[in-house]
Write a protein of this length. Structure first.
Length: 480
């Protein structure tokens, strides 16, 4: 038997054929690594023609990084040395075994670096009902058009560049990439429409090299490998999510109790795909990269509530009087004269915004609310406030950005600190008081939360005086 004969066999015949051949021991070793996927892997390795083209896997990895779809050092490189050239059955099995080893290493790295990332679907069905009445003038449009276009392209196969670029330029993906740019701490190269189109073309391709690349890692091709591998499950999931507009009603019903009265809210929420970032929000959209949650419905709803509450915050939060466009820039800045005041206000604003969204998502979720789990973030959050205040008057913007990133990146202490402030504020007043506190600005929000006798740490005397000073300046400004 030669390599070509083996490759022409149906997948279900590859195992029995190799088990009774001189390569039985090699086949058994491969099955230990690849399990039920061993036969498919061997078939793909046989289809690499000419065999020397297997080196293109290394080229794919390099190109993936160049277009902004690399792993930024968070996950290890994959093709670190030369691969066996599959010229016969023995070398084909050697290649398959080496690829299976790489995949096992990749999956272990994902589990360690991103323990919350689900590698498979659980089979959960969406069966959640609204928790409270939705105000009559509230609407939330759920956008799954981008995901449907990708899944349709996968079913069709062989996606040409123009079609791929058209998908990459759909609103959900445009806004997802915009958020990635606006974060400020994701290093270059940042993916753009051209890079995403390149990923889409390879993800839709049934070329054996592309198929092997998708098999090696769920995060390859900007997580489109994951979407391709589970494309049937993803299609069933999004069909459930948009059926009868129930999802929008569930999300809005969870936000309504934490909102000031007489607020009109119209928004849209998009499902997309993107490596390394789960939820996102821009000035015009909230979004979720769905592969980071799949069908974990409670986690899915928590993320949707968190990100949609950000959109509501942008509409009700105390605005910068010189900025008309709705968005975070409008509610994380205020026209103070002193740079130190501007910097402190921005830090306090992110504590308020991320913290209150974290609290609302938890308070309306299935799990029992436990404010004490945020307590450990209070002291680090206060420390960051002090470090922001300690910046010299002529500090460059990058110095502040570094401290803000420390508070925000990977669920940094700003989330838990602000959530604890929110929990104490609601406990001392009401759910609606949380939304009303957003309208008064970040200094007043933080001072009100810090007044709780249950707060485990306190601001220094000078820091409290500085926050109170900002609150007084805002009150004086509004009088004029």
């Amino acid at each position: 038997m030669n390599r070509e004969t083996l490759g022409n066999l149906p997948a279900e015949q590859i195992g029995p054929t190799l088990a009774g051949s001189p390569w039985a021991a090699d086949w058994a070793a491969l099955c230990e690594l690849a399990g039920s996927e061993a036969a498919t892997l061997v078939s793909l390795c046989c289809q690499v023609t000419p065999p020397e083209h297997v080196c293109e896997l290394r080229e794919l990895e390099s190109r993936q990084t160049e277009v902004g779809a690399g792993f930024l050092g968070m996950l290890p490189d994959q093709i670190s040395d030369d691969l066996p050239i599959p010229t016969d059955v023995a070398t084909t099995l050697a290649l398959a075994q080496r690829l299976a080893e790489i995949r096992e290493t990749n999956l272990d790295a994902v589990k360690k670096a991103m323990p919350q990332y689900p590698l498979a679907f659980t089979g959960q069905a969406f069966g959640v009902a609204p928790s409270s009445p939705v105000p009559p003038n509230w609407t939330l449009a759920i956008d799954v058009d981008g995901l449907r276009a990708v899944l349709d392209a996968f079913d069709t196969g062989d996606l040409h560049r123009d079609a791929a670029l058209s998908i990459a330029n759909m609103p959900a993906f445009t806004e997802m990439m915009r958020h990635r740019r606006e974060l400020g701490y994701v290093p270059e190269p940042l993916i753009d429409a051209d890079g995403l189109a390149w990923c889409l073309m390879h993800a839709a391709s049934d070329d054996p090299i592309d198929a092997l690349w998708k098999w090696l890692h769920p995060h390859n091709l900007f997580d489109l490998s994951d979407l391709y591998t589970h494309r049937r499950e993803y299609r069933r999931l999004i069909d459930q999510l948009v059926a009868k507009d129930v999802l929008a009603e569930v999300i809005l019903s969870r936000l309504a109790p934490y909102t000031p009265p007489n607020v009109r809210f119209e928004d849209r929420f998009a499902f997309a795909v993107g490596w390394g970032i789960r939820g996102w929000a821009t000035q015009t959209w909230g979004g979720l990269n769905i592969e980071h949650i799949k069908d974990d419905i409670p986690h899915l709803l928590d993320t949707l509530v968190h990100e949609t509450y950000h959109q509501l915050q942008a509409r009700v939060g105390l605005p910068h009087p010189g900025i008309d466009e709705i968005g975070f820039d409008r509610i994380t800045a205020y026209p103070f004269e002193q740079a130190a005041d501007v910097r402190l206000y921005r830090a306090l604003a992110y504590i308020m915004l991320e913290g209150s969204a974290t609290y609302v998502a938890a308070a309306t979720g299935a799990a029992e609310l436990d404010p004490d789990r945020w307590t450990s973030d209070v002291a680090p959050g206060i420390d960051l406030i002090e470090r922001v205040r300690a910046l010299p008057p002529d500090a460059e913007d990058g110095a502040l950005d570094g401290l803000l990133n420390e508070g925000l990146r990977s669920n940094g202490p700003f989330y838990g600190f602000g959530a604890r402030l929110s929990a104490d504020l609601v406990a001392s007043a009401s759910p609606q008081a949380l939304g009303e506190a957003l309208t008064g600005g970040a200094p007043a929000f933080v001072l009100r939360g810090m007044s709780s006798a249950e707060m485990p740490s306190s601001l220094s005397q000078s820091a409290r005086a500085h926050v109170e000073h900002l609150s007084h300046l805002i009150a004086a400004h509004q009088k004029h």
